[in-house]
Design a protein around this ligand. Structure first.
Ligand SMILES: [Cu+2]
Length: 261
């Protein structure tokens, strides 16, 4: 919850859920590996910048990893877990994946639509997360062909803090112009053994959402101020607009990792 002036506090109460952005997290501790590693990835639906409540997710519609253009289905390797946030617990998933060869591993999740009661809409965040081994680039800049996705124009697993990150938003493969993208960072600790967020936040959060709007070519650029895991959620850019008779926000989400030089 953000602090609100008293006069508008009551009116804004019903909107407070919308003021913190939802992000599907695909979390592993690090995005750059130098030795063969079994990656322990957590798939959690939460509010990473406010470290607010966590939300139940059902089994995703799809979860894949793409390596050198070859896509592998990981759906059957997903294990249900319970995730503990600072306020509540929620259904989440984890998976293990063995990374041996050098190159870019692009993980993509298409979750089941999530019903957000506060807004009476469904949300489906099609999410990408990149892990590289050995420093060898093998296709991070290529789109995966998802219904909607953010294609990175800077190496997404090695953005330098203080530099910029540019992405291109696509909807069915075509640039999506004029779309609002919310930007957040993972603002708490993650306990991968306990499957839990930390209790507090590392930094106080900005007074309102950090936002970029895509230009005529679907591009946006953001100056990344600090090291950490940064997420971009471009809202409603997907082609599907309705689910079970209600509005569907089919979003494109991308996670990047910024490091200090
Ligand atoms: Cu929420």
């Amino acid at each position: 919850m953000k602090k609100l002036p008293l006069a508008i506090g009551v009116a804004a109460l019903s909107l407070s859920a919308a003021s913190q952005a939802h992000f599907l997290l695909m979390h592993t501790p690090t995005s750059q590996l130098d030795a063969p590693t079994t990656v322990d990835m957590k798939v959690v639906f939460g509010h990473p910048m406010d470290n607010g409540h966590v939300m139940d997710i059902e089994k995703p519609e799809a979860l894949t990893v793409t390596f050198k253009g070859k896509k592998t289905d990981l759906l059957e390797t997903l294990q249900p877990i319970e995730w503990t946030g600072p306020e509540n617990k929620a259904k989440a998933f984890e998976l293990e994946y063995k990374i041996r060869r050098n190159g870019d591993y692009i993980f993509a999740a298409t979750p089941a639509p999530y019903y957000e009661g506060g807004e009476d809409i469904y949300i489906q965040q099609i999410t990408k997360r990149y892990i590289n081994k050995g420093g060898l680039p093998t296709g991070w800049e290529k789109p995966l062909g998802l219904k909607t996705e953010i294609v990175p124009k800077n190496k997404p697993y090695q953005v330098l803090a203080g530099s910029t990150f540019t992405g291109q938003l696509l909807s069915e493969g075509k640039p999506a112009a004029g779309v609002e993208c919310e930007i957040e960072f993972l603002n708490t600790d993650i306990d991968s053994k306990a499957n839990a967020f930390g209790k507090g936040t590392h930094r106080s959060t900005p007074a309102s959402a950090i936002v970029a709007i895509t230009d005529d070519n679907g591009m946006f650029t953001f100056g990344v101020p600090t090291a950490g895991k940064w997420g971009f959620a471009c809202l409603g850019s997907g082609p599907d607009k309705e689910f079970k008779g209600k509005e569907l926000s089919q979003d494109a989400v991308l996670w990047i990792e910024a490091q200090d030089l």
